[in-house]
Design a protein. Structure first.
Lengths: 291, 268, 357
């Protein structure tokens, strides 16, 4: 296909989006910036606080702990969801009724409102009324996610795997579908082992969609709020207080607007930075694919 | 090449894992509260539809669904409308700052809603939009517009540019070309983008809860508030949960053939 | 290496098919060991089906496939010891060129030094020795196609190398080079090669024997020369040559054919054939004359540089006549002379033979 045409009037086509995003992102963000650098005694009286809130937040034990929990959580779910998603995609039926059925059932968790996902796992895991909780008790395993931090973590991780592995699997499935049959035939002729087919044919072809999957899962798990909020409320104690939960507690619960705003900006910047790295790599790959 | 028995086993286990919690939600919604709390049953023993009746007859419940659907549809329409020309620009032209602009748009998809919750609250309160459907619809544009632009751009890139050129040579105006020729060509892309806007707007809780109070209160917010207000009415809560799954299931059924490609954002 | 025998092969993609549904009609053929064959025919004629039956991707509905004496009909692709080059380059993008070429050998557990020697030999033959340590991703399509060709050649014992329209994505000027290279590789290594194509030039320059397929049926197997000189079926006549063979309805009696009342002498005695009889002659062999011949209406002349193509109308049929040499100049005449030794007689589209004197 031919390259793109230089045309600065294309800006006109982008204007509506720009206007909308200005309103729904830039103005609110300005408010955040305002809070982050100022202090207030209320009644809209602000005075300059410079980097004060940022310094305070950077040294805050509470933030460090939340960030640590967040990184651990994101790391664990990526380590489970990405390989599991690939395995599921490799085993999905390729076409016909069963393929449609699998697609529909797998997409189902993705369309359940986040708080309902929380509710589902809450009622599923509770010791008194939940199937999982009762089953654990019947097996003689001491399990109670409301009082034991480890159980709470395990519950949240399984919930996230339940909720989002299908996204990874569907992405990989789409990637696998686009591999021409000739590759598999060539591999058979070359007497390639199943592992080598995966390693040299499927994995390279999947790298594009996998980077999208990792990016999306990274961003979304880093921003996770609703599901742990519903299931554990950040507890027991602060055991499952991730960044967003901590932020909302700080901003809306305690109305510490200055620190919360500084926290917000740093939070956003970290996500942005990591996403930018991913994006650059992806664009570089896109360019490589074109002759 | 993989052993078919292993395939079936892996998929069965995985689908079982996905379905069991949903089954539990469904089963509970047909139980009475007494049965839920007092006895542990795998199947509803005293099968009841009372929980659903409660929701469908109580305006404070069913208006939650109506409100949610209103702002979700508004959001989908707004997002697609503004994203279409922008995606066209990104897929066809090179212009000053295009790459930066594209990433900056995408970066909004990466913004934690928690960061925006409070500023949104203040912004919409100050312009008098607090507790309206349009407020939530606009707030959700924050992540849906970039996503729609991204998906549509991916689909549009797959349409050869010769088609545009031929149409212009034949004397089509941009608007007429876009609506009568181009839009039908990327119909599946528009469908997928609409699906995702619907989905992300439908599942989001934090912003919709922060920006509404009474008149535009979403079903998600209704559910969380009811839990804290009326103690644990598990039966009604689970029935409400089941009802939130239904719109999603219907939408999935219609786009099932595009789901896989759509989740890859048109980039396979 | 071994000869490949197709015994009573027929295939249908539908489970219970009537004979008209067969994607491939019954076929018996033996591919000689070390031969260079082309499977030629338009899209949808069944040539890919036939290739897939040999490679083992498809099990034929009927008949057996034999490699040498061994019946391989039910043996899967990976155990048939064949190689295949596909329509578009199939290479392992993340491997280097060397690893790509070594891959089939390593999977079969060859010794390191032997693999290295063999890969280097093959790479030299196909001109990839400078690129051995480059990653395959990002190389040109024709180089990638060379890699997949090389992957087919590295195994010495391979029964046959199958080519499925391998030059489709190659630039025109590279096509010629690759074709020449294939030819010399065939001479060098002596593999049995089966080359599927819809391009007559590719087929005729590559193969010793061309198998012509038409609607799932083999209509002729022969040398490029035989296909040109003595097409067994009017389809072969039309398909081979540019422009294709001329066919005119004619009444045949003994050693004469009659077109529009005009008698044309034949080289053989055909008796009185029944059915739809046609006279076929290549445009290259028709001579324009102002002496004896079939009166024709000249409809146009196309000058293509090294030769001229004259379009002539005779008794409601359009004929092409090829005159050697380009440029202008008067036509030698407006009557057509058909040399008897180049005339073929076709009965219901099949060539029939007469009695020689």
């Amino acid at each position: 296909m031919k390259g793109k045409i230089d045309n600065n009037r294309a800006w006109l086509l982008v204007l509506p989006v720009l206007a909308l995003v200005m309103f729904s992102a830039v103005i609110p963000l300005m408010t955040v910036v305002n809070y982050a650098f100022n202090d207030t005694f209320g009644n809209n009286q602000f005075f300059w606080n410079g980097w004060g809130w940022f310094e305070e937040m950077l040294q805050s034990e509470r933030l460090h702990a939340a960030l640590g929990r967040q990184l651990l959580f994101t790391g664990i779910i990526l380590l489970i969801e990405i390989p599991l998603g690939i395995v599921v995609a490799l085993n999905m039926p390729k076409k016909g009724f069963w393929a449609s059925l699998c697609l529909i059932l797998m997409a189902l968790p993705l369309l359940i409102p986040f708080n309902v996902v929380g509710t589902i796992w809450q009622i599923f895991s509770r010791v008194d009324i939940g199937l999982l909780g009762r089953a654990m008790a019947a097996l003689g395993i001491d399990y109670n996610y409301t009082s034991d931090p480890l159980d709470a973590w395990v519950t949240l991780i399984i919930m996230d795997v339940w909720h989002w592995t299908s996204l990874v699997a569907l992405l990989c499935y789409a990637g696998l579908q686009s591999i021409p049959g000739a590759y598999y035939q060539a591999a058979r002729i070359d007497q390639s082992s199943r592992w080598n087919v995966f390693r040299y044919i499927e994995l390279p072809k999947l790298s594009g969609v996998l980077s999208i999957a990792i990016l999306l899962r990274f961003i979304d798990s880093f921003m996770i709020y609703t599901e742990p909020f519903v299931v554990t409320g950040g507890g027991p104690g602060n055991a499952t207080t991730f960044l967003s939960i901590d932020l909302v507690k700080m901003a809306i619960g305690q109305f510490d607007l200055g620190p919360a705003a500084a926290f917000s900006l740093m939070y956003f910047l970290v996500i942005l930075l990591i996403s930018w790295v991913f994006y650059t790599v992806m664009v570089a790959r896109d360019g490589e694919g074109e002759p | 090449m993989t052993n078919p028995h292993i395939r079936v086993l892996v998929m069965s286990l995985y689908l079982l894992f996905l379905m069991v919690p949903i089954y539990w939600l469904l089963a509970m919604s047909f139980k009475t509260n007494t049965e839920i709390v007092a006895g542990f049953t795998l199947f509803p023993r005293d099968f009841t539809l009372q929980n659903y009746v409660t929701i469908l007859t109580d305006p404070s419940w069913y208006m939650g669904y109506v409100n949610s659907l209103i702002y979700v549809v508004m959001n989908t329409v707004i997002s697609i409308t503004v994203a279409l020309p922008a995606a066209y620009a990104f897929s066809r032209y090179r212009f000053m700052g295009d790459k930066h602009l594209f990433f900056w748009l995408l970066s909004n998809r990466m913004a934690p809603p928690a960061v925006f919750a409070l500023p949104f609250f203040q912004l919409y309160s100050s312009v008098g939009l607090f507790d309206t459907h349009i407020a939530v619809a606009l707030a959700h544009c924050l992540f849906n517009v970039p996503l729609a632009v991204w998906i549509l751009e991916g689909f549009m890139r797959g349409v050869p540019r010769e088609i545009d050129e031929t149409a212009y040579v034949d004397g089509y105006s941009f608007g007429r070309f876009f609506i009568t020729i181009f839009a039908p060509l990327i119909a599946s892309g528009i469908g997928v983008a609409a699906f995702f806007c619907f989905m992300f707007s439908w599942v989001e809780l934090l912003l919709s809860r922060t920006l509404t109070a009474v008149d535009a209160k979403s079903i998600a917010a209704t559910m969380t508030r009811t839990v804290s207000a009326s103690g644990m009415d598990w039966g009604v809560l689970t029935a409400a949960g089941v009802l939130t799954i239904i719109p999603g299931a219907i939408v999935i059924y219609f786009v099932r053939n595009y789901i896989a490609k759509g989740f890859a954002l048109g980039r396979v | 290496m071994a000869q490949i025998t197709l015994a009573n092969i027929a295939h249908s993609y539908a489970p219970a098919a009537s004979p008209s549904d067969l994607a491939l009609k019954e076929l018996n053929h033996t591919w000689q060991d070390g031969g260079a064959y082309a499977l030629l025919g338009p899209s949808g004629c069944g040539k890919t089906t036939l290739l897939n039956i040999i490679s083992g991707l498809i099990t034929p509905s009927r008949g057996r496939v034999l490699f040498g004496d061994q019946d391989v009909t039910d043996i899967p692709t990976e155990q048939r010891n064949i190689a295949q080059v596909f329509q578009f380059p199939v290479v392992y993008d993340t491997m280097t060129v060397f690893e790509n070429l070594a891959f089939p050998l390593r999977n079969r557990g060859g010794r390191r030094a032997e693999i290295r020697a063999r890969v280097e030999l093959v790479a030299r033959m196909i001109g990839l020795d400078d690129l051995l340590h480059r990653r395959a991703r990002g190389l040109n399509p024709d180089i990638k196609q060379k890699i997949s060709l090389g992957r087919g050649m590295v195994r010495e014992s391979v029964n046959a190398i199958l080519f499925d329209e391998p030059l489709t994505v190659i630039d025109p000027h590279m096509k010629w080079e690759l074709r020449t290279q294939l030819k010399s590789l065939h001479r060098e290594f002596g593999h049995t090669m089966i080359y599927v194509t819809h391009d007559q030039t590719e087929a005729l320059t590559f193969a010793d024997k061309v198998v012509m397929l038409h609607q799932g049926q083999v209509v002729q197997i022969g040398s490029p020369e035989a296909l040109f000189e003595r097409p067994e079926h009017s389809f072969v006549g039309h398909f081979i040559g540019s422009p294709g063979m001329n066919f005119i309805d004619a009444r045949v009696a003994g050693r004469s054919a009659f077109i529009a009342g005009c008698e044309i002498a034949l080289a053989q005695d055909y008796g009185i054939p029944s059915g739809h009889t046609q006279l076929g002659i290549r445009p290259e062999y028709i001579r324009l004359t102002d002496g004896d011949g079939l009166p024709a209406e000249i409809k146009g002349i196309e000058d293509v540089g090294h030769r001229r193509i004259v379009r002539a109308g005779v008794a409601g049929f359009d004929l092409n006549v090829v005159l050697p040499g380009g440029g202008g100049g008067e036509l030698p005449g407006a009557r057509l002379h058909f040399p008897p030794e180049h005339i073929g007689i076709y009965q219901d589209q099949w060539r029939i033979e007469g009695q020689s004197p």
